[in-house]
Unconditional design. Structure first.
Length: 368
């Protein structure tokens, strides 16, 4: 990875609200002209914010932007919320909770409906817009497919041998990160043929536990990050993968990896978790946030780091991030990620949410 990037010292906007516990997930509203985003986490609160950004002095290289945020809605759960997914542009949200419940929140009605559950925590929920279906994945290793017209009983299930830790989808690719460093993926095109089983289950090329996966914008691969600050960009053909049966891996000449979230102190390298990865829906670049309190933006086509957050008050980890549909705003959360256990929690500042406006040079590498 070529270490060629800008580092703008301008402070990002901090959302003015007190948050009681670590933010687990952030998701922008899926409509390009409305900058709403939702947050959820270990305090059991589901919140919706509105961002108002005004470019007051536009230029080619350095826009001047005023950002304001308002909390417009909040819903309290009885259990920590591990994941959320907007139901298209309806304004309503699905949640997966630590108690295993899968829920649907209708904000205008101020109502919560339980759709189903997992035996253990529901780690991920993803609404599939093109199919009007919901997919949930849990620590029980079950992947469940829900038809919202007939809740409480999934229309299909698949039982993995490992826990589901992370999921992401784009186009026809649904990629899943599992315990024991396994990866699996589904071809969603086959849902129309009533087939609900993974194409392959195989070992990650990364050596340490997978923490996050993110499907690429065009659905032609995914990015995965692990517990030692490594990131792998994996390209695959949904219909003809280059599968190595002997080593139980998929390999492509286009694959590449790089190291982030590492620190050299007293000749010792300290590695930190990759806690979240978000793919810019317009430009295809990615943002990676980690346990060292930094985030980096990478142009995958040029394999160049184009921006990095280095100005921070302490080394409080970053736990979640997401791009808006226009690709010019990045929201991210800081807070303790509990990677060192409870006894170190007092060393870090309380959870916060920030909004970063991306200059043109931070969206995609310009020029050679």
């Amino acid at each position: 990875m070529i270490n060629n990037f800008s580092n703008n010292s301008t402070k990002d906007h901090q959302v003015p609200i007190l948050i009681d516990d670590t933010i687990q997930s952030l998701r922008f509203f899926p409509k390009i002209d409305l900058n709403y985003f939702a947050s959820c986490g270990w305090d059991g609160k589901l919140r919706i914010f509105e961002i108002k950004n005004n470019i007051v002095n536009a230029s080619t290289n350095n826009d001047k932007v005023n950002i304001n945020t308002n909390l417009i809605s909040q819903f309290q759960f009885k259990s920590p919320i591990l994941s959320l997914s907007w139901k298209g542009d309806s304004g309503n949200i699905f949640t997966g909770c630590c108690d295993g419940s899968i829920n649907y929140v209708e904000f205008q009605k101020n109502s919560l409906t339980k759709i189903g559950e997992h035996q253990y925590g529901c780690r991920e929920v993803i609404y599939l817009d093109n199919f009007n279906l919901l997919i949930s994945g849990g620590w029980d290793g079950l992947l469940k497919l829900w038809d919202l017209r007939t809740p409480n009983v999934p229309i299909s299930t698949y039982q993995f041998a490992n826990k589901i830790y992370t999921m992401s989808y784009s186009k026809n690719l649904l990629v899943i990160g599992l315990s024991e460093n396994n990866i699996s993926y589904f071809n969603l095109d086959k849902l129309q043929k009533a087939k609900f089983e993974p194409e392959l289950i195989y070992q990650s090329l990364l050596k340490c536990q997978i923490k996050k996966v993110a499907a690429l914008k065009d659905g032609n691969g995914y990015v995965e990050g692990n517990s030692e600050g490594r990131v792998l960009v994996k390209y695959l053909n949904l219909y003809n993968p280059n599968f190595d049966k002997i080593n139980n891996q998929i390999k492509s000449e286009k694959d590449f990896s790089f190291k982030f979230h590492r620190e050299l102190r007293d000749n010792i390298i300290y590695a930190y978790n990759v806690n979240d990865i978000s793919v810019n829906p317009i430009y295809g670049s990615i943002c990676v946030v980690g346990g060292d309190g930094k985030y980096s933006i990478i142009d995958l086509d040029k394999k160049i780091k184009i921006y990095e957050r280095k100005k921070y008050e302490d080394k409080t980890p970053l736990t979640a991030c997401d791009y808006n549909l226009k690709g010019d705003l990045l929201v991210y959360a800081s807070g303790y990620d509990w990677s060192k256990g409870a006894k170190f929690a007092h060393l870090y500042s309380r959870p916060k949410i920030f909004v970063h406006y991306l200059q043109n040079s931070q969206r995609k590498k310009i020029g050679l």
